[in-house]
Design a binder for this molecule. Sequence first.
Ligand code: AMP
Ligand code: ZN
Length: 464
Amino acid sequence: MRVYNTLTKKVEDFIPFEEGIVRMYTCGPTVYNYAHIGNLRTYIFEDVLEKSLNYIGYKVFRVMNITDVGHLTSDGDTGEDKMAKGALREGKTVRETAKFYTDAFFEDCAKLNIDKPAVVAPASEHIDQYIKMIKKLLDDGYAYESNGNIYFDISKAKDYYRLSGKNPEDLIVGARDSVEEDKSKRNPADFALWFTISKFQNQEMKWDSPWGVGYPGWHIECSGISAEFLGEHLDIHCGGVDNIFPHHTNEIAQSEAYFGHKWCNYWMHGEHLNDAEGKMSKSKGEFLTVSLLEEKGYNPLSYRYFCLNSHYRNQLVFSWEALDGAEQAYKKLKSRIRQLNKNPDLNENKTDAYQVRFKQAIENDLNTSSMMTLVYDVLKDEELSDFSKLFLIDDFDKVLGLDLIDEEKEIDEDFEKEILSKIEERAEAKKNKDFQKADQIREELLSRGIKLNDTREGTTYEVL
Ligand code: AMP
Ligand code: ZN
């Protein structure tokens, strides 16, 4: 497999640390609000990556955190606490808020066929691990205490800016209005590992530590959880591009200082979903959620289909027209698949060749649009039997996760025959200009859960 590695800025051969096994870490949501469909684009990308690695034969161990503490409204150490702000808005405790939005997140994921990683770790449940790491970073001279907080000294990190490729000069405080200076830091780019007295005295979630009662910074959570479950070598770390700096940059600095060697070999980042006004963001107030798509009558999987048609490294612009287009195409695709004859007749040689091409699309830096094209190529191929087509589409859907094949039990063979004969009868009625009869047939089928769609290629049906 070849993947684009943000660390080297190149497409490279993927070679895991241990043959056949992939240790994968993906940053989870900050649970102070619903996930917007932009966030979910990143989780769809990571889900397709995990399913693809499984498809090509790897055993994947994947871990994800849930950020329920320590994330401030800036990605650095300034601004309000996102969780406290969310709890205040809801009139709930931070814990209740975190539980509510964690559950909502996984409900959204389920609707989009995004699998739950093997390990999902709430940040607030791994405090001992962060304390252990911070202690060592202090002992080894990578961290320092100032005004009660513990900071990581970025001047001690090896090549701190290598992931982001940023120029330290551009990051000098004052050069960017959004960054306010924390006077406790030696270098303005140093970052907090542990907060005690300098922030949020009435913080709800806080723990005892060797440096006083406080709470962890956001970045140490991912380094800590990854170390606890995946050990000292990580193969793939993912997130959205906004995580590259400072979050992932800081994860590398502290994890490599802690382990004393290179930590993660491949960094893969998903590009953003934007709307007409620019980047989608939770802090903007109104934002698009899966529930909103459903309220408007869309199938959430139409959004997954929309995402899969573009490469994860390209920005994607959301519009209702684009989603309408995706929904129409997705429905039509499912309907074409539904027409295929299920009688067993497998054309082995040809199916192998398609599976090879599907693997090639995966191995070409997760080329999801090529994977989608292959589904259409299979449908068009006149040399393939319907059964082979179904076999291949079912196989590809292990990665695509689009529920392309309806469950068997939804409709039995006799009923299918009946529907097809009714469709013929209706076509005949229309030909004879007996529109009343044609409408009657349509209504009768609809009352039995079958919706007819008249397309240029003829009438197809949909099981409701
Ligand atoms: P958060 O819940 O804010 O920590 O973000 C969760 C994930 O969504 C992170 O991996 C972000 O990088 C990613 N993300 C944030 N905004 C967008 C966006 N507009 N499009 C795609 N991914 C995003
Ligand atoms: Zn993270």
